[in-house]
Design a protein around this ligand. Structure first.
Ligand SMILES: NC(=O)c1ccc[n+]([C@@H]2O[C@H](COP(=O)([O-])OP(=O)(O)OC[C@H]3O[C@@H](n4cnc5c(N)ncnc54)[C@H](OP(=O)(O)O)[C@@H]3O)[C@@H](O)[C@H]2O)c1
Length: 295
């Protein structure tokens, strides 16, 4: 069953059951049909790491598809004027280092009309290859920062924004994962383990919100042309095309969203998990992968 249908069924059940109060609230907020919570049109979205790459693509397509307002957030506010210039009437800039608790609370206080949260910001790990691994790292400090940025901080943001989303009648949380949630990239072990943890965190959130009108989407991203693309590769699809694929899938009520070619990787893993892992290990020794630009 599609999540959208489940949500719609809940709305019907709610008219005669213990969900009556929530249903009445939803009607007050003009978002009485939970089916609409999976549609970008009219949503109020907050996007982390929206100053470039995949996050900027989300902002552009949110605007293109009729979002009412977009909170474009970045850790460095100097990077936001160009994003606001996309549509000054609808784009609201907010400084948000996802690891900064004060920033997180200030964002939740400023953005009380949010219905969608897109946890996009991520840290791939140190510029120094050895520090991104388990055995060779001098300490696990960088690995812990990766985990903080990619798993615990999005979880903290979800915890802060769930009451806000519910108060506004429902909506969506999209957690941007990676095909590397399913396997280890040994060149980026800490990144892979953070994305695997984030995947499970997302599953937990989805279960906890199963009786609420919130679509919790796991976005399995393959290859998008950004600074984080593998060096020497063609990069993959554009951030805007990636955002279109994600929003199309969410509009169908999909909770597992395959974007930018990740479905092919999923199929290859399913077909022969051991061979897939051997392939990653071989590359690690013979032609290690690195991203274009560590910042
Ligand atoms: N590109 C791909 O092929 C690909 C594949 C799989 C998954 N993904 C996922 O897609 C998402 C975006 O990646 P991308 O390709 O757009 O990478 P990117 O170009 O490196 O962008 C990363 C973004 O995250 C922000 N960021 C990092 N740490 C932050 C923090 N502590 N607080 C707030 N913002 C922070 C960066 O801000 P600054 O500009 O300040 O550094 C930047 O806006 C990530 O979740 C990534 O794992 C991408």
């Amino acid at each position: 069953m599609k999540r959208r249908d489940l949500l719609n069924g809940l709305a019907i059940a709610a008219t005669a059951g213990p969900f009556m109060a929530r249903d009445a609230l939803a009607q007050e907020t003009e978002r009485s049909n939970p089916r609409e919570t999976a549609s970008v049109e009219g949503c109020v979205a907050l996007v982390t790491g929206s100053n470039r790459g995949v996050g900027l693509g989300f902002v552009e397509i949110l605007l293109e598809r009729g979002a009412k307002r977009v909170y474009a957030t970045a850790r460095n506010p100097d990077n936001l004027p160009a994003v606001v210039a996309l549509d000054p009437d609808r784009v609201v800039p907010l400084q948000l280092d996802v690891n900064n608790n004060e920033h997180r609370h200030a964002a939740a206080a400023a953005a009380k009309d949010v219905t969608w949260v897109i946890n996009n910001a991520a840290y791939p790990g140190s510029r120094v290859p050895e520090e991104r691994r388990i055995r060779s790292a001098s300490t696990l400090d960088d690995s812990k920062l990766v985990m903080e940025t990619n798993c615990w901080s999005p979880a903290e943001l979800a915890r802060l924004f769930i009451p806000i989303i519910l108060n506004n009648g429902g909506g969506a949380i999209a957690n941007v994962l990676s095909a590397a949630s399913w396997f280890c990239l040994p060149e980026y072990s800490s990144y892979s383990l953070s994305k695997a943890a984030m995947m499970m965190m997302t599953n937990g959130l989805r279960a906890e919100l199963d009786r609420d009108p919130v679509l919790v989407a796991s976005v399995f991203t393959g290859g998008v042309d950004t600074r984080a693309s593998p060096a020497g590769s063609n990069g993959g699809i554009s951030p805007k095309e990636h955002a279109r694929q994600v929003f199309d899938a969410m509009a169908q009520g999909d909770t597992d969203v395959y974007a930018a070619g990740s479905k092919g990787m999923r199929d290859a893993i399913n077909a022969d998990p051991e061979a897939f892992e051997r392939g990653r290990i071989k590359r690690f020794y013979e032609s290690p992968l690195t991203i274009r630009n560590h910042t």
